[in-house]
Design a protein around this ligand. Structure first.
Ligand SMILES: Cc1cc2nc3c(=O)[nH]c(=O)nc-3n(C[C@H](O)[C@H](O)[C@H](O)COP(=O)(O)OP(=O)(O)OC[C@H]3O[C@@H](n4cnc5c(N)ncnc54)[C@H](O)[C@@H]3O)c2cc1C
Length: 435
């Protein structure tokens, strides 16, 4: 069959690989001039390795991507145990035993939780027990019947929710923080591992490898070819780059708001309406290139303090060696934002100026301070974070759509797991089984 795969991210490239191997004739349409979608990377002249536009790593439990890379012959994943920490505001009324201000504490292991001075002993024990329970528990339908806030407040107490989780949820999900289902926290705890993996050369090296592999199998990969419209005839007509072509099957890996728009002539209006109920946030990342490290040892710093408007500071070069990046340090500052966020309208210089005073506050606790910013890069990824709330359960897409031979495999379908390259590979493989 003649199959059009829409989108050249991990899902599209994996689906194309398995479909072509089954003997189908596959064309991949990718809007951007590089493949990789949300996991795509870039490289400047004095770097040997690519860097993702948005911070990326995998867990050792990400078995789908690990077995896929083995199958295709890319055996270059590096595993390390970088430091992750959370940055809290110390409120004197709540923590009279600690100096007021802000402090970062490691949150890698159960022992770290037991040592967290911002938790009382009863909360430490409850938190430890619940985290261990979630790690061992299979998925239970009860996780879909309550929000994470309700579940965590019930199990860890109000103090546990407010100190440990509320800040994290608000930074990740903004105004939707209190509506996120408990299923999300189950999946997060279940899959998280202390050891993290990274593709040697950057994830873009793996994407380039897959591009070569797919091309050698005969897959037609069209970069810079966004799909503008899908028209239903006896088969599917795809309009891209002012050309129209006919296909027997469509597999869309595009974000839901994109496919419901370009496919609105083909997909029933009730179905489009249902899918469009899903809410999303957009991801914004600023990358700072500095001579000195911004964070001394920490790779990942969650910023739970609501007065500091950023979700995380991720110093990639505390995970991978700076020698791959011209001996400079590379640090991400990241946000998830909704449509109204001023960040979406700001240019790079404006975002740098917005961030600087906040970084200075954190520097007080994290010398050395990174020194001057040598270079910066700004990326905005629309529709990057679906909101797993009660509406989501009624609206989420499935592989099969109401239209015969029109399939969807996109990042909304990783639920209850947060989107990730592991699940993109899994979805790509699974959708190929329908054909
Ligand atoms: C901030 C952030 C951090 C992340 N961190 C991690 C991490 O640490 N580890 C991890 O494993 N995963 C991480 N992810 C998730 C991971 O990047 C994604 O889950 C994965 O890349 C999704 O792949 P995909 O192919 O399903 O979708 P996408 O990568 O979104 O691919 C869809 C493709 O469709 C293309 N497209 C859009 N419109 C059109 C059109 N009209 N016509 C043709 N093409 C079109 C896009 O350009 C894109 O290439 C992160 C994501 C974000 C946003």
């Amino acid at each position: 069959m003649k199959i059009a795969v829409l989108g050249g991210g991990f899902t599209g490239l994996t689906a194309a690989y398995y479909l072509q191997k089954k003997g189908h004739l596959v064309t991949v349409f990718e809007k951007e001039t590089v493949l990789g979608g949300l996991a795509a990377g870039f490289r400047v002249i004095n770097w040997d390795w690519y860097l993702e536009r948005t911070y990326h790593h995998i867990f050792t439990s990400d078995s789908d991507i690990l077995s896929f890379v083995e199958e295709v012959g890319f055996d270059r994943f590096i595993f390390k145990e970088p430091v992750t920490a959370s940055y809290y505001r110390i409120i004197p009324e709540r923590f009279p035993h600690l100096p007021a201000g802000r402090q970062a504490f490691p949150v890698d292991t159960p022992q770290d939780f037991l040592r967290l001075p911002i938790l009382s002993w009863p909360v430490k024990f409850r938190a430890g027990a619940i985290l261990a329970f979630l790690k061992l528990s299979p998925f239970l339908s009860v996780y879909e019947r309550q929000t994470a806030q309700d579940f965590l407040t019930k199990t860890m107490g109000k103090e546990g929710w407010e100190i440990l989780w509320q800040g994290l949820f608000r930074k990740k999900f903004g105004k939707y923080a209190e509506n996120i289902l408990a299923a999300f926290i189950w999946a997060r705890i279940k899959k998280r591992t202390k050891t993290l993996g990274y593709a040697e050369g950057g994830f873009q090296t793996l994407i380039n490898y897959l591009e070569k592999k797919n091309t050698s199998l005969g897959i037609d990969i069209r970069k810079g070819s966004g799909v503008d419209k899908i028209i239903k005839s006896s088969k599917f007509k795809i309009q891209s780059s002012n050309k129209t072509e006919t296909f027997d099957v469509i597999i869309s890996t595009l974000p839901t708001p994109v496919i419901t728009k370009i496919g609105e002539d083909v997909l029933p209006s009730g179905y489009v309406k249902r899918l469009n109920q899903i809410k999303f946030l957009h991801a914004v990342t600023l990358i700072l290139e500095t001579e000195k490290p911004i964070l001394e040892k920490t790779y990942w710093l969650n910023v739970t303090d609501e007065k500091i408007p950023m979700m995380a500071i991720v110093q990639h070069t505390n995970f991978m060696d700076k020698k791959h990046y011209g001996n400079h340090h590379l640090t991400y500052v990241g946000w998830y934002v909704d449509n109204n966020s001023p960040l979406l309208k700001m240019d790079k210089e404006e975002v740098v100026n917005f961030v600087k005073p906040h970084l200075r506050k954190i520097f007080n606790f994290h010398p050395p301070a990174g020194g001057p910013i040598l270079n910066s890069f700004l990326f905005k990824a629309p529709w990057a974070q679906p909101i797993f709330d009660k509406t989501f359960l009624k609206s989420k897409p499935n592989f099969i759509t109401p239209v015969k031979n029109f399939y969807i495999a996109n990042l909304d379908m990783t639920y209850p797991y947060d989107r990730g390259t592991n699940y993109a590979v899994k979805l790509g493989k699974e959708v190929s089984r329908f054909l």
